[in-house]
Each structure stands twice: as C-alpha cells, then as structure tokens.
Write a protein that binds this ligand. Structure first.
Ligand code: GLU
Length: 303
C-alpha cells in the first residue's frame, strides 16, 4: 500500500513556506467553477502568508489559444486574485513571466517532460500503446454509470498493449503513445485537506494512463507531476473531479523520486441541472458576467 508517510518522507529541500499554484488551461474562457477553485487557492496561500504562482497549462496545441491566455490572466486579476510568481501582466499590459522557477508556460517546458519520460522508461514503468481512439472508445464501458467525475475521467485501459516490448533503441517518445503501467491492486491513500481520507485502487479505479500522446504531446498527468515538484509547490488546490488524477500523479511522483505536495480538492460548482460547468457554457464565463456588470465582490461573496 502506498501510504502518505512514504510520500512525505522527503520534504522539499529549502521550501519551508507555503507555495501554492493556480494552473488554468487556455482552452476557453474561465467560468464560475474555475473562479471559485482559484479563489480558494488564493485565500489559502494568503492565509499561510505564502507564495502563489500562475502556471499556464497550454500543452494541448489544438485546444490552447493565445487569446485565452490573456483572457485568463485579465479575468483572474479582475476577480481580485493576486499572485507573486509565474505569468503576469506587466506595467505595459504585456504578458511576462516572473520568478525563479520558470518557464511557467508548459509548452516551453518540453525538456523537463522529456527528461521525466526517459527516466520512467529506464525504470521500466512505460510501454508504447498502439490502440486507436476508436479502439479505446469501443473498449470504454458503455453506457457509463457513476458520477459526473467518473464520466469525465480517462476510462480504465484494459491493458491491450501492456506486454508490448520497448525496442532497445527508442530514445524519443514521438510516433506512438506511451502508458504508465500501474501497480494493479495497490491502494493509493492520502488525506485530502478538504475531503479527508481518500483511497483509490490502481487497476480498478483507474488503469494504465497516458504519459505521452501519439501526437507528441506530454500528458496532463506527467506535466503536472513534474511541474508541481520542479516549482516546489507545497499545496495543490483543485477541483474534486481531479481526485483520481491525484492518485495517478502520486504514482508518477514515486516513480520519479519526487516529493508529494499536500492536496485540497474543492467542491465543484454545478449548473441548474446538477452538471459540472464547462468552458462552453459561456453565459457563466467571468468575461460574460463582467460585461453584464456583475461586481467581482458579489461573486466571491458566494464562494
Ligand atoms: N489545467 C488544469 C485544468 O484547468 C489544472 C488541473 C490542476 O489544477 O492540476 O483543469
């Protein structure tokens, strides 16, 4: 069993004070759900008298748009969130990076992810996967049962390519996707600072997950585990839809010898039908609310 203590054994060197992060993806306009999570991250960093950084999670080249990078920074500033490190607007209104742990834009951090991929490969944790999107869709259990969070989560991979050999001379992930082989049956446990004790079983609650996509893009799981450690983040505040991702990232941290931060998973903002808000629901975007004359103080009071 993977217990918290194993992960806490090695504290971040020299990081004695709180370091939090907000990590939006520029794939659309931020909405109320993001605003609430980021507001809580801001409040927690402030209460701890710590440092908050903004990381631009723009890894997906198809979905990330430069106009959303600027919009997310402007909208968070409008809301009243302040951060000390990472992507900022400078006095001339230009986007600029501030801080000693940059780059804070994931598309500029490929070298870190490649290095982690190489270390995972050398450790025997990875295998190449040739399943097509179509294969995967067919394999995913349908109809989907369970909570909204389950529906949004990467389906449990049935292990079709698990025993594929890695050819000796592979030095680069490009051209095929790569999965992390999870330790089937192992319990991943941690105490969430908001939700209390959590327990997930590898191979049952989540399967072998992608660390590198066929289109040569590192996965969210890999990038996030690598960056949170490299930026010496001590506490991650994010939505509870990412609980299983936390369990995956803890496996990556262990495989890579990285210390784990603490976690605080926030409740999600739901719409009138009880569904999680999505970026396509533009009516509840911060931008639309702002244009309708809603005051930021009114919004954050409700958080
Ligand atoms: N970029 C991710 C998102 O916007 C952040 C996830 C995280 O906080 O780890 O959902």
């Amino acid at each position: 069993m993977l217990s918290e203590n194993q992960f806490r054994a090695e504290p971040f060197c020299a990081a004695t004070s709180y370091r939090g992060r907000i990590a939006p993806s520029p794939s659309g306009l931020l909405h109320l759900g993001h605003a609430r999570t980021f507001w809580i991250a801001f409040q927690r960093a402030k209460a701890a008298n710590g440092t908050l950084l903004l990381r631009n999670e723009d890894l997906d080249p198809q979905r990330s748009k430069p106009e959303f990078v600027r919009a997310m920074v402007e909208d968070l500033r409008w809301l009243g969130i302040a951060w000390q490190e990472g992507l900022q607007l400078d006095a001339q209104g230009q986007l600029a990076e501030v801080g000693a742990f940059g780059p804070y834009t994931q598309s500029a951090r490929r070298g870190f992810y490649l290095d982690a991929w190489r270390r995972l490969l050398a450790g025997g944790f990875l295998y190449p996967c040739i399943c097509s999107r179509k294969d995967l869709a067919r394999m995913a259990q349908a109809p989907h049962e369970g909570t909204q969070a389950d529906v949004d989560d990467e389906p449990v991979y049935p292990g079709t390519c698990r025993n594929r050999n890695v050819t000796e001379d592979v030095t680069h992930p490009a051209g095929q996707s790569w999965r992390f082989r999870v330790p089937d049956g192992e319990e991943i446990c941690f105490t969430d600072l908001h939700l209390g004790p959590q327990r997930f079983v590898a191979g049952r609650d989540f399967g072998d997950f992608l660390v590198w996509r066929r289109d040569d893009v590192p996965s969210y799981q890999l990038a996030c585990a690598v960056d949170d450690a490299a930026m010496q983040v001590t506490e991650v505040v994010r939505g509870r839809d990412l609980l299983k991702s936390t369990a995956r990232q803890m496996l990556l941290q262990r495989a890579l010898g990285l210390a784990a931060p603490q976690y605080f998973h926030c409740d999600l903002v739901l719409d009138a039908e009880g569904q999680r808000l999505a970026k396509r629901q533009d009516a509840l975007s911060l931008r639309a609310l702002r244009e309708r004359g809603v005051a930021p103080q009114e919004l954050v009071q409700g958080f």
